[in-house]
Design a protein. Structure first.
Length: 131
């Protein structure tokens, strides 16, 4: 049986890792990762290390090419309201009063920690969306 280091080197020779620069290369690495995952129950250290490397390369490419632009907290609230068919009055339970809802959505007031917590719970999203 070959050592983990030799097994890892063989994987590197079979699929030489590199920075992914095209959709075709990305698909190739995804397919290699899928192929590797088919034998997952018998994985050794070499396969785990190689799968981790492929995952990092794929994530790097996808983050550079498919990352959503960062939206302002207000734009995020407006998007979520639209997706859920809500009007300003429907967020009084989050912000306390209609005037606070209006001030937040007009940009006159910023979201505070309590607002962010309540919005996160209300829409089932990460609080990070509002920063």
């Amino acid at each position: 049986m070959e050592s983990d280091q030799a097994a890892y080197e063989n994987l590197l020779l079979r699929v030489p890792p590199k920075v992914i620069r095209s959709e075709e290369e990305n698909e190739h690495f995804i397919e290699e990762l899928r192929r590797l995952e088919e034998g997952e129950p018998e994985w050794g250290d070499a396969e785990r290390r190689f799968a981790e490397l492929l995952t990092l390369l794929i994530e790097d490419f996808e983050e550079r090419n498919y990352a959503l632009p960062k939206a302002s907290p207000i734009a995020t609230v407006e998007f979520l309201m639209d997706q859920h068919g809500l009007k300003q009055k429907d967020l009084v339970d989050v912000f306390g009063t209609r005037s606070v809802v209006s001030e937040i959505l007009s940009g006159k007031r910023e979201l505070n920690k309590d607002h962010i917590r309540k919005l996160s719970e209300r829409f089932g999203v990460s609080p990070e969306l509002f920063f």
